[in-house]
Ligand binder design. Structure first.
Ligand SMILES: [Zn+2]
Ligand SMILES: [Zn+2]
Length: 166
């Protein structure tokens, strides 16, 4: 059975499931489209000169998902792709800032999320967290749209927004 989750973006060494690896703290390096992963801090160092990061960029120690988790997520993505109509992906984004590490299709305010986590727990936030949060925002908006549509309304109201945390 193949135990390789991904290969190191620099040295191409295998990164097995459930093992330690490193991500870049800059979201454009870890976003869905680029998705750089590193087997070691030494390999992370190698990508820095070309990436023109600010001096506070760093390598973040991560744990690769288990094989079962990856298979589950792949199945979920397939189900979602089959169910999705093209219009749900066309979301207009207001450009929040011009900072280089902000991806245009992120639907959360990156600086505010990072500040909240920093203030609350004194923790740093990996760039890819914004992609994960954006998936939640999109899923919740889609649900709210459905609820408003079922009511025959053209306006999404607060009560249309599902909140599983209450
Ligand atoms: Zn490597
Ligand atoms: Zn980077």
């Amino acid at each position: 059975m193949d135990q390789t989750w991904k290969k190191c973006s620099i040295c191409k060494k295998d990164i097995p499931y459930d093992s330690k690896y490193y991500e870049c703290s800059v979201s454009t390096c870890t976003g869905k489209r680029t998705g750089l992963v590193f087997c070691s801090v030494a390999c992370w160092d190698v990508h820095v000169p070309g990436a023109r990061h600010r001096p506070d960029a760093g390598a973040i120690s991560m744990t690769a998902p288990s094989r079962r988790q990856v298979e589950y997520e792949m199945k979920m993505a397939e189900d979602k792709a089959a169910a999705k109509t093209p219009e749900t992906r066309r979301v207009a984004i207001r450009p929040e800032t011009n900072r280089e590490d902000v991806e245009t299709d992120v639907l959360v305010v990156v600086s505010k999320v990072k500040k909240y986590i920093k203030d609350k727990a004194d923790m740093n936030t990996a760039g890819a967290v914004m992609d994960a949060l954006t998936e939640h925002v999109i899923a919740i908006c889609d649900r709210a749209i459905e609820n408003a549509r079922e009511d025959g309304r053209k306006t999404v109201l607060e009560r249309d927004v599902p909140n599983p945390y209450r």
